[in-house]
Design a protein around this ligand. Structure first.
Ligand code: CAA
Length: 677
């Protein structure tokens, strides 16, 4: 847990709790005792606290939050450090997060390696820093800067930390341990953060929050963070600390915090494959091939280029290829303009791109991803060409959103090399990648793809083969029902509002507009089989054409459209549908509960490994609100009983083949939650 060593009269205490030096109960106890002993030890004059391995500390052990806190609590520990009669120095490197930063602020001095990143991300877990962070940070950096860090969870660099007064010394990465010793030698007496004055007023905090309202969310934790920081501006330290404690205790039991912590672990669990041995060898990946220079292909290529991996980009024709190259260059240029990358990084990323119209140029690639039109005939042609030209051991991947990977693998003599890598649009921004396991996909291929996805900053989730995999399979019944509800009499705004009230960024009809009303359209404006056909016939292809189920203003905001109302009325009349009043309850059941039912089927069929993977797919791929923990966490909290009751209540609307998933019902108790209570 801790390593101690004494150099002259300086005691260095190193936290050794891999992988992230979380401050669990035993680490806290050991640190507490170490301070006690060092204080009594006449041979020790100054104490250094440092993290072993890659970082200082990722903070409190999040897995302990659902249990009563064992003594010493983090707050007690930080107070103990601050009360130490001898100078204590926090020596920071890597990451210094949450409770880690609170410990550092309890120390009397802080020195950091120049690549250190510091943050108080508790708000992203539905909490506030509960070990004095809301009271100490304003004393070090002022309350406006403190509310910025605490209520957004945003990380700052060591340079920013030094400029703001959060750290005292900044040193080169290579020298930080030695520099810390030199620094310690100069220190004479402790300096308690709690004794510093707060110079900012509560009004200034309010003004800062109002001026930057878009940065601050509206969750309980955001509000509590702001309230606690404001207390630091006008109350005594002890009073502020008491308020922080009471707010923390309320938050830690809240539904939002539990859901956000579930989301944290769900995302990390999703990156692992349950029955894959940990030591499965990964294939070396040094060269990527991407087929198709359209929106998806270029977005996919950008990820690899940014991660420093060379990409061969193939298109059929020179002009389409050039358009793709231009798109990629524009993406990097805008990254530079927004300050997200440097001109050097831009130049390097561009230089790693090798555009070509010759398929054979893919022969050196270790991983080839096709991102062409969703048509099985074309995909099969591509896979049989790849089978011919790709080098032995190359991974052959499809970015298909729906189609059967096994069929593609079937045209090759190496089905074990074939896998799906389903990126979500825009592929350079969305974190989710569904890794699709075909019937014969090799375990080493899966291990390689899961690892590679992480390497390019994505969150991989394993899915089996079915139409639409995890995410899109759940989306389809939702979109079908939304269109059906519209025909039966609901309004567009009413349908979407049910989802946005739940916290989803957009409703199902806005989602159709975003994806394109013309997906799957037969392109014959005289043939109107469904509502989408009717809209496409009028040129309303979705956001890309400026109109779909909604009109869009110059800032792409949806506005209701009298033309669509007329189209809907005409369609109803032609189909002999008499509109009826539809309740929000019915919309909720038919557009949201139906997804829960589909998810249960996905689990029954073994398409997803675990319920939390489904939550991850929807949180990262479709913007399901994290503070409700994903659809299945939400469903469990809502009560599976009421989900089943809703589905039964409206079962006639789902058609004759609808059935509530067997796995939702369990024996005599009838209701099977996705998570234990
Ligand atoms: N507590 C418990 N486990 C943690 C943890 C924490 N604070 N932080 C990370 N882990 C675990 C992860 O679950 C993961 O476990 P598995 O290997 O079993 O999946 C492992 O450590 C490695 O984590 P990552 O996969 O995320 O590794 P990474 O290298 O990509 O990222 C990191 C490292 C930047 C530290 C990232 O893990 C992170 O952001 N952690 C959370 C930090 C955080 O939110 N801290 C605040 C906690 S609340 C608090 O401190 C105080 C308070 O007052 C409430």
């Amino acid at each position: 847990m801790l390593r101690h060593s004494r150099i002259e009269d300086i005691l260095e205490i190193v936290i050794e709790n891999p992988p992230v030096n979380a401050l669990g109960a035993s680490v806290r106890r050991a640190l507490f005792d170490a301070i006690d002993q060092a204080e009594k030890d006449a041979l020790v004059r100054v104490l250094l606290i440092r993290g072993g391995g890659k970082l200082f500390s990722a903070g409190a052990d999040i897995s302990e939050f659902d249990r009563p806190e064992e003594e010493p609590g983090l707050s007690t520990l930080v107070d103990r450090i601050e009360d130490c009669a001898k100078p204590v120095v926090a020596v920071l490197h890597g990451q210094c997060l949450g409770g880690g930063l609170e410990v550092a602020m309890g120390c009397h001095f802080r020195i950091a390696a120049s690549s250190t990143r510091l943050a108080l991300p508790e708000v992203t877990l539905g909490l506030l820093p509960g070990a004095g962070g809301t009271q100490r940070l304003p004393r070090l950096v002022g309350a406006a800067a403190a509310v910025n860090m605490i209520a957004t969870g945003a990380a700052i660099t060591a340079q920013e930390a030094q400029a703001s007064g959060l750290i005292d010394r900044l040193v080169d990465d290579a020298e930080f341990a030695a520099a810390a010793l030199d620094y310690a030698r100069t220190l004479v007496a402790p300096r308690r953060t709690r004794d510093l004055p707060v110079v900012t007023t509560a009004d200034e905090v309010d003004a800062h929050v109002a001026a930057n309202a878009r940065k601050f969310g509206g969750l309980e934790a955001h509000k509590a963070c702001i309230e606690a920081v404001k207390a630091a501006t006008c109350q005594l330290f002890a009073q502020g600390l008491a308020l922080e404690k009471s707010l923390f205790e309320k938050l830690v039991k809240s539904d939002q915090a539990r859901a956000l912590q579930h989301a944290f672990f769900a995302e990390r669990r999703a990156a692992t494959i349950a029955d894959l041995p940990r030591d499965t060898a990964k294939r070396p990946i040094a060269q990527i091939g991407v087929i198709g220079a359209g929106t998806m292909g270029t977005g996919i290529a950008v990820n690899f280029l940014l991660a420093g991996l060379p990409v061969t980009l193939v298109e059929k024709g020179a002009s389409a290829l050039q358009r793709g190259v231009d798109t990629i260059a524009r993406t990097f240029a805008s990254g530079v303009a927004k300050g997200k990358m440097t001109a050097d990084q831009e130049q390097r990323a561009n230089s790693l791109l090798a555009p070509t119209i010759a398929f054979d140029d893919l022969s050196g690639s270790d991983l080839i991803i096709e991102a062409v039109f969703e048509d099985m005939t074309i995909k099969k042609e591509i896979f049989s060409t790849l089978d011919r030209i790709a080098k032995p051991g190359a991974i052959l991947a499809s970015n298909t959103s729906f189609l059967d990977i096994n069929e593609m693998a079937g045209v090759t003599k190496r089905p074990e090399d074939v896998v799906g890598l389903h990126f979500f649009s825009p592929a350079n921004i969305m974190k989710l990648v569904e890794v699709i396991q075909g019937a014969r996909t090799g375990q080493d291929v899966l291990a390689t793809c899961m690892g590679l996805a992480k390497r390019i900053g994505k969150a991989p989730v394993l899915s089996g083969v079915c139409y639409g995999f995890i995410g899109n399979r759940m989306l389809l019944p939702r979109l079908d029902q939304a269109r059906q509800l519209l025909l039966e009499g609901a309004t567009i705004a009413q349908i979407d509002a049910v989802s946005t009230r739940l916290g989803l960024p957009i409703g199902p009809l806005q989602m159709i507009d975003l994806a394109g009303v013309d997906i799957g359209w037969h392109r014959d404006p005289t043939r109107i089989d469904n509502l989408n056909d009717a809209l496409c016939a009028k040129g309303r292809l979705g956001q890309k054409s400026g109109s779909g189920y909604y009109d869009y203003d110059e800032r792409r905001r949806p506005v209701s459209s009298p033309e669509v109302d007329a189209i809907v009325q005409q369609f109803r009349a032609d189909a002999g549908i008499v509109p009826r009043a539809i309740s929000d309850d019915e919309i909720m059941v038919r557009t949201v509960y139906i997804m829960i039912n589909e998810a249960a089927l996905i689990l029954e069929e073994g398409i997803a490994q675990r319920a939390s993977d489904i939550d991850t797919v929807w949180m990262l791929g479709f913007g399901w609100p994290r503070w409700t923990g994903g659809p299945l966490w939400w469903a469990t909290q809502t009560g599976i009983g009421s989900i089943i009751d809703g589905l039964e209540r409206h079962r006639d609307h789902f058609g004759p083949f609808f059935a509530v998933a067997e796995s939702l019902k369990k024996g005599s108790s009838r209701y099977q939650p996705f998570y234990p209570a």
